[in-house]
Design a protein around this ligand. Sequence first.
Ligand code: SF4
Length: 503
Amino acid sequence: MTATPPTERRFHIATLGCSKNRVDSDGMEHLLRQRGMAPSARPGDAGVVIVNTCGFLGAARAESVGVIEELLAVRQPGQVIIAAGCMPALGNYAHDIPAGVDRVLTTREWFRIGDVVGELLGDPAQAEVAGCEGMLTTFTAAQAGPSAYVKVADGCDHACAFCTIPAIKGRQVSKRPLHVLGEVVDLVSRGTKEIVLVAQDTIRYGADLGIKHGLPQLLESIVEGVPDLPWLRLLYIYPSPLTLKMVDTMARHDALLPYLDMPIQHADKGVLRAMNRPSDIDMTRRLIDHARVTLAEPVMRTTLIVGFPGETEAAFRTLYDFVAEQEFDHVGVFPWSPEPGTKAVELDLPRVPADVAEERRAAIMELQQGISLKKNRALVGRTIEVLIEAVGEAEDDDGNTEPIAVGRARRHAPEVDGMVFVPGTHEVGSLVELEVATAGPYDLWTHAPGAERLPVRPAEARASAGRAARARAKLARRQSTHNRPERRGGQPLPMLRESPAAD
Ligand code: SF4
């Protein structure tokens, strides 16, 4: 087979890291399309290749460097390679970006991608893009499947001792409420069924704009202004009394999913103080209790760090007991990673050996898997609403195939939680009522309400066809990398197969 030479007017973006990076990649895609360029699924076919890097942890930086090196090794004649994202924004690590990259753009400069590419390709200068206001420029995300992230703010005003984000992003800058609303209106008019609002600390949305209780107000305006949006989800809610009003707002609207993603990081006061996090764990308890009594069928997710300097056996026990007591629906656990430039590496506290941190991570995940399994089993026989994201086929031991659809329930955030399988075909993007037949610690297997047939078994599930399936397969690949240890507690996804016909 003859390889197709790269086309100057095609671009490929490899996105690493979190959902917020994905939103920036969508913004870059939008700008490049405005220049008359077209996206390419394969880097080898593209004249311009952009790696949107992640700099959050050492492992993530290593992965970013690895991806750039791989692309450089197979670079086509004339191909332009650009490193963008968080890694170039970290002064200490910008020099780790491999030589040979044509241009570097920090996470605060992604909106210059059009000019940079134009300059590299020798295009005539283009007029400023209308509405371009820097890193929070409002763009309609080029979402994959029926779900879209909308970044409402960027940057962070906190100073958690383990975190590099404030150094990478600077202080929080919120997008104007009307811009967020316009983005949601546009996405929903094009078929999006689930909007996921993200920021580094979503609960503080609007504080820099001088808006008091900016997030509840924003939620009210979206629900009112976009009545045909079925699912609106929030991620990354810092534990704060601001959560109380937000939960009250969530309780008033069915479209606001009762899903509280509140990263608490730890439960021991001493460790929380050393982390420079809110150390009043009783306040956190009150926030969770408020959500539990206020919301109908609330779903709780948190993330934790184990092995932070000074975490004694007793401190870990406090955390373990808290997880057992609270019975969260979803938990992700990171072993602490010593990131140069953070306050945590300078703390004069005893270090926890890496193998002990790993044992602690595994202990909490084992505990949580039992909790999650119990909660999922309680759903068996119940009817749940499922957003279909992909259709494909399931294969039995004899090689016989049958159609299968895969989606998510209200209790599952994209990428980090479980998924729902159902035999048969369903339209991608449809919301269907299904009965839970079987439950694992992460995933659910369902059938039509009242149907008697057995569901497809997990190991047999193979999904194909369409962009959503491809997104799922990408997730499976990303999950195998070690920079996202929170994903499903390191559990593998059921086998997913990409369709060669996927666009
Ligand atoms: S809240 Fe803390 S962990 Fe989250 S981005 Fe801000 S500094 Fe980092």
